[in-house]
Design a protein around this ligand. Structure first.
Ligand code: TXA
Ligand code: MG
Length: 314
C-alpha cells in the first residue's frame, strides 16, 4: 500500500495518535510528530537515526506558534511579521510545556511557520506543534519530494503528505538572539541581506564544529555517498569519463552528457531548488565522482556553498 497521500484528515489523525508523517514545506520535506509528546518525538530520532544531542524545530501556524516561546524579543517579532510563513526558524527561550526531548536538553526552542498550503491546512487542524527535522536519514541529502521520503523512510512513517516539489529547496535560515543581538546559526532559504534589511546587522556563526548548536553545522552533512569535490577552479581536479559536473551559469568543454545544471542562467533561486534532487540523481547515476565549482558568495549562493562544503570530500 502506498503511504503517499494528500488527505490531511488522515495525516492529522495519525499525528494525534502520536504517529509519524512526512510533510511538505517550501524548504525540504519534514518528518513530523507531536512536538509536545516525548514518546512521539523519540520516534523521530529513532526513524532518522539522529543523535539525541541534535534539537528539533517546532512548526505551527502564525497565530499559534509563539505560545511555545517563553519570551519573544522585539527583533524576533519583526522578523516573524515580515517572513512567516517562510524559510525562517527563530530560536527562542522555550515554554515549559515543550519537552527537553524536543530541544535536546536546551532551554531554547526552534520555531517556524512553513510556507506550504497543504501543511498550513494541516497545522490549522492541530492544537499541538509538529516537531519536524528534514525527512532524511541523519547526515544524508535532505528530501525535496514525497518520493525521496518514501525511498528512504517509507517503512518508518504512517503517511507522506504529497505537496509536490519543494520550491525553495534548501533548509530554513536559523536565527537566534544572544544578549539582544541576532545571530544566524544556519544559512538557508532566507538571505542574510533580507534579514538585515529588517533588523540591521546580524552576526553569522555557522562554524564547522563537532559540538554544534545546529546539526547543519556538522562538518559532514547533507552528503551523497559518492565523493563530491568542491573546487574554486576546474584545474584543481582531474577530468575523466566517470566525472559528472554540477554547473551554475556556465558550460564546460567536456561531453554534454556529463554536464548537469543547477541553473544554466546562473539563477540562485533555481540552483537552490534543484540542488538536493540533482545530488541524489548523481549519487544514483553511473558516474563515480561529482565536481562542482563554488558559487558566487551572494544571494542564496552563500547558503548553497555552505551545503556543498559539508557535502564535499575534505
Ligand atoms: O527548513 C527547515 O528548517 C526544515 C523543515 C522541515 O522545516 N527542517 C530542518 O530540520 O532542517 P533539521 O532538524 O534537519 O535541522 C534543524 C536544525 C538542527 O540542525 C538543529 O540543531 C537546529 O535546527 N536547532 C533546533 N533547535 C535549536 C536550538 N534550540 N538552538 C540551536 N539550534 C537549534
Ligand atoms: Mg536536516
Amino acid at each position: 500500500m502506498s503511504k503517499i497521500t494528500v488527505d490531511i484528515q488522515k495525516a492529522a489523525q495519525a499525528l494525534s495518535e502520536n504517529g509519524l508523517v512526512g510533510i511538505p514545506t517550501e524548504t525540504v520535506y519534514g518528518l513530523a510528530a507531536n512536538g509536545l509528546v516525548q514518546s512521539a518525538v523519540q520516534k523521530i530520532f529513532k526513524a532518522k537515526e539522529r543523535p539525541s544531542f541534535d534539537p528539533l524545530i517546532l512548526h505551527s501556524t502564525k497565530s499559534k506558534i509563539f505560545q511555545w516561546a517563553k519570551e519573544v524579543p522585539a527583533k524576533a517579532k519583526l522578523l516573524a511579521d515580515e517572513f512567516w510563513p517562510g524559510p525562517l526558524t527563530l530560536v527562542l527561550p522555550k515554554s515549559d510545556v515543550v519537552p527537553f526531548e524536543t530541544t535536546s536538553g536546551l532551554d531554547t526552542v526552534g520555531l517556524r511557520v512553513p510556507n506550504h498550503p497543504l501543511t498550513l491546512e494541516l497545522l490549522d487542524l492541530l492544537e499541538f506543534p509538529l516537531a519536524a527535522p528534514s525527512a532524511n536519514p541523519f547526515g544524508y541529502i535532505s528530501p525535496t519530494s514525497a518520493q525521496h521520503v518514501v525511498q528512504q523512510l517509507g517503512d518508518r512513517v504512517d503517511y507522506v503528505l504529497d505537496g509536490g516539489l519543494c520550491k525553495v529547496g534548501i533548509e530554513s535560515t536559523i536565527v537566534g538572539f544572544e544578549n539582544g543581538r541576532a545571530v544566524i546559526y544556519r544559512l538557508g532559504g532566507l538571505t542574510q541581506e533580507m534579514i538585515e534589511d529588517v533588523i540591521g546587522t546580524v552576526m553569522v556563526q555557522t562554524n564547522l564544529s563537532s559540538n554544534p548548536k545546529a546539526s547543519g553545522m556538522l562538518s559532514v552533512h547533507y552528503a551523497p555517498k559518492k565523493p563530491l569535490f568542491l573546487v574554486t577552479d576546474y584545474s584543481d581536479v582531474q577530468d575523466d569519463s566517470a566525472t559528472a559536473y554540477m554547473l551554475f551559469g556556465e558550460r564546460l568543454n567536456v561531453s554534454r552528457e556529463r554536464q548537469f545544471f543547477l541553473s544554466e542562467e546562473g539563477n540562485f533561486y533555481e540552483a537552490a531548488s534543484k540542488l538536493y534532487a540533482l545530488m541524489r540523481k548523481l549519487d544514483d547515476s553511473k558516474y563515480n565522482r561529482i565536481v562542482v565549482k563554488k558559487l558566487p558568495e551572494e544571494s542564496l549562493g552563500s547558503a548553497i556553498n555552505d551545503r556543498l562544503v559539508r557535502a564535499s570530500v575534505k
